[in-house]
Structure formats: C-alpha cells, structure tokens
Design a protein around this ligand. Structure first.
Ligand code: ADP
Ligand code: MG
Ligand code: ZN
Length: 460
C-alpha cells in the first residue's frame, strides 16, 4: 500500500440536540417529530415584534455539564448572545441566535477529549426545517437548543475521526445531555496542501469516513496538477460518493454578527457550576474500572457492557436484584442481546421496555429449578418489546411432573418408531431428536435432565 505522507489536517464542528423539554427561547415542546408545526409560537416562528424569553436554564446546565466533562474553561463574564445573519427559508428571523462568532466570548474553551483539544463549546438555536421540494417549512425544529463542540484541526485520517466520534457519542450518552435519537450533525474541515474546505452537515459516521477519504485524495490529485485549493464549502453527495462545491467560504464578517439587544448577558455563576458538578454522572472509563475492580467482571464482557449505557445500567440493576454476577453476565451479554438482536431492537428504542426485575425473577426461578433454563430462555424471547412478571404466567411456566414426562416419552416413542430403531441400531444422535420432541410437546416445561434419563431408560 502507498504510504500516506500528505500533510492532512482535519477539524470537526459537532452539533448535538440538547435533551430538554422546552425550546431555547420559548416554552414550546422539543418533540420535533410530532405533526408538522404542532410546537410553534410567535417566538420560534420569528413573528415580527416577538421577543425571546430568558434562555432555558436546563439547556444552560447541560452545556455546563458538557464543558465540565470535557475539561473546558468555562466563561463567566461577557457571555453575550449574538445574532448571526443569513438569508434562507429555514431562518425566519433572518438571524440565528448563538454564543459564537466574531465578537463572542464562547461558553467554554480549551477543553480536551481523548487526546484532541477542543477549541470551544457553545449554545445556539436550531433553524427550522425547509423542504425545497414542497416549499413547506416545519418550525418544530426552529429554536431547539443545540450544542456545538469545535475541535482543533488535530486529526490526520478518517479512522481516527470515526473512532474519536464513537467515543464522543458514548460519553454524550452517559451524560444524557444530548438527544440520542436526533443524532449528530458534523461539519468536517479538511486541508492538505492548500486552504481548508468545510463539508457541511454529515450525519453518519459512514458518510464522514467516505467524505474525508474522498476529499484527501481529491486535494492531493489537484495539488499534483498544480491546482491551488481555496477556502470552500462543500457538500458530500453520498450516491455518487463525491464532494460538490456549494460556495466559496463566506468570511465570518459576512454573517454580520451583532450582540442581540433583546437578550441580557448570559450570567453563569460559580454556584450554578458547582451545583452541576455535584450531579455529574459516572463516565465510561470510571464505569469500566468499577466493573473490573469491584465486580470482577472479565475485560471482554466489561467492555461489551460499558459501550452501551442502557445495557450496563440494566446489568447493574440486575445485580442489585441479588443475581450472581457471573450468572447475570451471560443472561445479559448473551441472552438479552440475542433476543434484542433477533427482534432488531435495542434497549434504547422508545417502544422497548424490559425491566431488570422481570429478568431477575426468571433467573431466580431457573436457579431454583422452578422452571427449566430452556423454558426461561423461551419466555425471554417474549420479553421484547415489553417484559412481564413470571407471576402473571405461573400456570404455563411451572415444570411438569416426572409422570407427565414419562407419558410424553411414550408418546414420542410411539410416533417415531423408525428413529427409535435407528437409536437401537447405534445411531446415538437420534436420542437428541427424541428428547427434542419431548421438550417441544411439553412446551419446554419438561426438565431436560429428567427427560433424557426417562427416555434412555425407556429405549435403552
Ligand atoms: P468557521 O466559522 O469557518 O466554521 P470555526 O472556527 O467555526 O470556523 O471552525 C473552524 C474549524 O475548522 C475547526 O473545526 C478547526 O479545527 C478547523 N480548521 C481550522 N484550520 C484548519 C486547517 N488548516 N485544516 C483543517 N481544518 C482546520
Ligand atoms: Mg463553522
Ligand atoms: Zn415557540
């Protein structure tokens, strides 16, 4: 393989939706997926004469959380909302309100995450959603609180970017500050020999990787031909797998940033910051260390668990229910994941509701031989999307008696005379088939060991 010795620099601007109930400057709900224009008011539709309300405190606290988790320097003074002007159908006021831009003191600066320096973290509002095909505008999204995290241009290839973004997404999920289902949008800046280009609104890791790889090669090829790269804004066309120039980059001055006269300075107090500090959640690394050191979970399983907050929390609750750690592990990392994968679901899905108490009940019943392990697994198959208590299904799940097992064995023998004679003729695998039939007829309520013993006795 050709060695990549080009001088590649990549910097990211990551946008996430803060997980709040209300929008940033009005009381409208943030349930933006509801019917179009169902959560709107004069403020978030930019009706002339409307004035923003004081910024949503919950959004401000989440921004502080992020700043703290990413070791940033929080700004306390002169944090002033700016109007960032541009003309587009998605922008009813003609400006977007943000704590960034030419004159702004940003919310937080000089952060760090996984070896990459974070230039800044700031709050801003989302524009509306314009559909150029129908000409319609959905204002549900207008005014949603966004967080933007800007990195220094310290990445050198797409793999590092993707790995870092995965870690970032995991940490964001632990903080629960960002709406997960809404996803993230990333602007990716890439430079090689010339000026940097900015690729806008890449919304999947796959796209980000493809776009970066394409762009590096394109710039290098152009450089060989003597073409000098200018400061451009590009879009990535996923179908064709190429980047397309949208425009030459507008300088910051083109946005005509001015302080917003309708909003007071954003006062961040030390008291508020220490209050937020007191409620910071455990981060993935701490959680991993605790699983390894405190619970003596093996490293492989500990990593599987901590890569998914819902899963690790589920496991912790299961242990709190008094389930042995070793047993709990396989029920979660093997059985639970099997059932979820089979149904193409995850614990995060809104329609999935599996309670650790219900699984604990099941495991305990299997441990006490009240039901067979097979039966327990079969019951678990029905836990998606919603789990239930064994107590509600008592009559179907209790083990059947020895006598009933023997009756079933007789029935299976009668119905499968040729298989029985195969077995007698030395084909030992036939036994598995016969026992399988007993388990099926018993609706998996026969104890596997007893069924095997009885069957062997009857045909052996
Ligand atoms: P803009 O307003 O142009 O988007 P920002 O300051 O918001 O500027 O973002 C700058 C982004 O560009 C950052 O992610 C930064 O890392 C990146 N960047 C800056 N210089 C370079 C460079 N030489 N090559 C690649 N990316 C760069
Ligand atoms: Mg930018
Ligand atoms: Zn509103």
């Amino acid at each position: 393989m050709e060695e990549t010795t080009y001088p590649v620099k990549i910097g990211l601007e990551v946008h996430g939706y803060l997980d709040t109930k209300e929008k940033l400057f009005c009381k409208c709900s943030t349930d933006s997926d509801d019917a179009q224009n169902s959560h709107i008011c004069p403020i978030c539709t930019g009706t002339p004469g409307s004035k923003p309300m004081a910024p949503n405190l919950s959004a401000v606290k989440k921004m502080i959380q992020l700043a703290l988790v990413f070791d940033s320097k929080i700004s306390y003074d002169k944090v002033i909302w700016q109007r960032k002007h541009y003309n587009w159908a998605d922008n009813p006021k003609g400006y977007q309100t943000t704590i960034s831009g030419a004159h702004a003191v940003v919310n937080a600066s000089s952060g760090k995450f996984k070896g990459i320096n974070l230039t800044e973290i700031h709050l801003e509002e989302d524009p509306a959603q314009w559909n150029p095909e129908t000409g319609r505008i959905n204002y549900n999204r207008s005014g949603l609180p966004l967080i933007e995290i800007v990195t220094e241009p310290e990445f050198h290839n797409s793999e590092d970017v993707v790995t870092w973004l995965k870690d970032l997404l995991l940490s964001l999920s632990y903080i629960k500050a960002v709406r997960k289902n809404a996803g993230i949008k990333v602007d990716v800046n890439v430079s090689t020999y010339g000026e940097r280009v900015e690729m806008k609104n890449l919304n999947s890791l796959e796209k980000i990787k493809k776009a970066i790889n394409y762009e590096i090669l394109r710039q290098v090829e152009n450089h060989k031909k003597g073409i000098v790269q200018t400061r451009d804004t590009l879009a990535f066309d996923e179908k064709q797998g190429i980047t397309i120039k949208m425009r030459s980059k507008e300088g910051a001055s083109d946005y005509r940033f001015i302080p917003d006269p309708d909003l007071p300075q954003l006062k961040i107090t030390k008291k508020l910051v220490s209050e937020v500090k007191g409620t910071l959640p455990e981060m993935p690394e701490t959680k991993l260390a605790r699983l390894l050191d405190e619970h003596h979970v093996d490293e492989k399983n500990a990593k599987v668990l901590t890569r998914n907050l819902e899963l690790v929390e589920f496991f912790e609750e299961l242990i709190n229910e008094g389930i042995d750690i070793k047993k709990g592990l396989s029920w979660v990392t093997i059985e639970l994941l099997r059932v979820l994968n089979y149904n193409k679901k995850t614990l995060e899905d809104a329609d999935v509701e599996i309670l650790p108490t219900h699984l604990a009940e099941l495991i305990k019943a299997a441990n006490d031989s009240k039901i067979t392990v097979l039966k327990a697994k079969q019951i678990m198959n029905d836990f998606v999307p919603k789990s239930f208590s064994l107590a509600d299904h008592a009559d179907e799940v209790s083990n059947i008696s020895e006598e009933a097992i023997e009756n079933l064995c007789h029935q299976v023998i009668d119905e499968n005379a040729h298989v029985v004679s195969d077995y007698k003729g030395g084909k030992t695998a036939s036994l598995n088939f016969l026992i399988g039939q007993v388990m099926r007829l018993s609706n998996r309520r026969a104890d596997f060991k007893s069924a095997t013993e009885v069957m062997k006795r009857l045909i052996g």
